[in-house]
Design a protein around this ligand. Sequence first.
Ligand code: ADP
Ligand code: MG
Length: 367
Amino acid sequence: MQAPNTSVTSLATPAPAAIEIISLTKRYAQGKPAVDSINLRIASGSYCCLLGPSGCGKSTTLRMIAGHESVTSGDILLENRNITDLPAAERGTAMMFQSFALFPHLSALDNVAFSLKMKGVDKAKRQAAAKDLLERVAMGHLAERKPAELSGGQQQRVALARALITQPRVLLLDEPLSALDPFLRIQMRAELRRWQKELGLTFIHVTHSQEEAMALADTMVVMNHGLIEQVGPPHEVYNRPNSEFVARFMGGHNVIDTPAGKIGVRTDHMLVTPAAEAAADGPHNMPAVVTDVEYQGTYVLLGLQKPGKAQTASSTAEFSVMVSEAQFGARPYQVGEPVQLSWAPTAAHSLTTLTKAMAASPAAAMA
Ligand code: ADP
Ligand code: MG
């Protein structure tokens, strides 16, 4: 281990590092593993979001990278160094927790200096290092305040400084914004993104919110049942979901059964035509009945079903189409009205079902 007294005197930002995960598996008990032989490469200096529903294995993956959870099999490399079996403190990673978890009885300065105190760094040195970091996150003037005397944004900066004092090359964040109210959450995520760019470090951020992941990530990793379903930049994952799961989880898509297999079409890329004006049946259209009309401000969201299905009060729409306010104004639709839905062939993306073989191949997972 590095001697702490020498490592804290220089607070130059450490070089960011790439993370590589190879056939990583975590099995807590008999049955399906929590993380099932995943492969992933996270570029150095990038903002990566692990995204998926509750229980899909995001936190387990992050904790294995942090060294807070043992691996069942597989390897974790940090800049080509195998860290799989290293203690957490020797990996070059640091963790920032949900709602920042600051010590309420300690000042901002002492919160930031805490891990150096645990390492036995003397008081003058650790306070100088903590002060330096607080300056860097524009909190130097509030160093003596307790967490309760700081705003949510200021607390987040203290938490960031506290994580950075160990000079990590990769910062790990597990749902850091989920305990905040919606307004603060949007402010804080913009700040996280800004700090990541300024510090130039690799961030790996776990979230169950597709909106949060899209706002933050350079690379989004969509997980489901311990497997990686898709990896890519947000616009690519949103526009070209490769599975029914990703299309439904990301939202904003219709999943349509066609003779050639399931396809995904964005709700704003589908056209609706009154049944009386419909084109002949073809591979890029289908009949439907309007079941809901929701005014949303700039657009109207139509809910629709295939014709002939029993309409009950509890039946939910199978399809959604966004119609601009102007279009809807020119030709409104009524609940119960028969229509034709159509889409351009280029707007349709075929949705495959993820197989274990694909998930196990790094090439397929990263394509
Ligand atoms: P996520 O963070 O995506 O919500 P987790 O990684 O926490 O999911 O959990 C993945 C799966 O592993 C879940 O089924 C969860 O119940 C299980 N799990 C997580 N931690 C433990 C543990 N310490 N012991 C046993 N099972 C666990
Ligand atoms: Mg979790």
